[in-house]
Design a binder for this molecule. Structure first.
Ligand SMILES: [Zn+2]
Ligand SMILES: [Zn+2]
Ligand SMILES: [Zn+2]
Length: 184
C-alpha cells in the first residue's frame, strides 16, 4: 500500500501558489509567439515568458536568463527596466521617471510559462504551479504551439493537425479511404 510511490515520479503542480495573483499581469488579450528569442542572449531553443512583464528569457539549461530576470526583479523592485539614466543631457525637464512599465505589479516577476512544455513555474515556490489565473496563458500557448484550442481532441500525439481551419472532427474514414485509393 504505497500510494506515495505512484506520485513520486509525476510532477504534481502546486495548486495554491500564493504569488500567482500578484505576479501575473493579465492583459485584455493574451497572444504569445513561441519564436520570440531570449531578450538577453537571443537564444531560441528553450525559452520562458515572464507573466509579469511578458519579456522572454531562456531557461536554466541555456543561460538562465529567466532566473536572473526573476532575481533582478526581486532586488530592484520597481526599477527593473528603468536603468536608462542616460547621463546629463541638458534639457532640465521634469526628470520624473515615468514608472509605467515596471510598476504594473510591484512584485517580483516570479511566474513564468514554458514555451517548451507549456508548464508554469513559480520561482518563489520553486515548483510547477497551476491556477485559474494561468488559464488564458495556457490557452494562448496551446494555440501558438498546436494551432488548436486546448481540449480539442486532436492534441494527442503532437502530430500535424489535420483540420486546422475547422477544428471539428475530421472523419477518419475519409482520410483512410484516400490513402487506400492511393495505394492501389
Ligand atoms: Zn509561488
Ligand atoms: Zn538568454
Ligand atoms: Zn518580468
Amino acid at each position: 500500500m504505497s500510494d506515495e510511490d505512484d506520485q513520486w515520479f509525476n510532477i504534481v503542480p502546486k495548486l495554491n501558489c500564493p504569488h500567482v495573483h500578484d505576479a501575473v499581469f493579465l492583459r485584455d488579450s493574451v497572444s504569445i509567439a513561441l519564436d520570440v528569442p531570449c531578450s538577453v542572449c537571443t537564444d531560441t531553443s528553450e525559452n520562458w515568458i515572464c507573466l509579469s512583464c511578458y519579456d522572454v528569457f531562456c531557461s536554466r539549461y541555456v543561460n538562465s536568463h529567466m532566473l536572473s530576470h526573476f532575481e533582478s526583479s526581486k532586488l530592484c523592485g520597481s526599477s527593473l527596466s528603468a536603468a536608462s539614466t542616460s547621463g546629463s543631457s541638458g534639457s532640465a525637464t521634469t526628470a520624473t521617471a515615468s514608472t509605467a512599465t515596471a510598476d504594473q505589479t510591484g512584485h517580483p516577476h516570479c511566474v513564468a510559462a514554458s514555451f517548451t512544455d507549456l508548464s508554469f513555474w513559480c520561482f518563489e515556490c520553486g515548483e510547477y504551479i497551476e491556477s485559474d489565473v494561468l488559464r488564458p496563458f495556457h490557452t494562448a500557448l496551446h494555440v501558438a504551439k498546436f494551432d488548436v484550442l486546448p481540449g480539442s481532441d486532436i492534441s494527442t500525439g503532437g502530430g500535424p493537425s489535420l483540420g486546422a481551419n475547422t477544428g471539428t472532427d475530421v472523419p477518419r474514414d475519409k482520410v483512410d479511404g484516400k490513402r487506400k485509393a492511393r495505394d492501389t
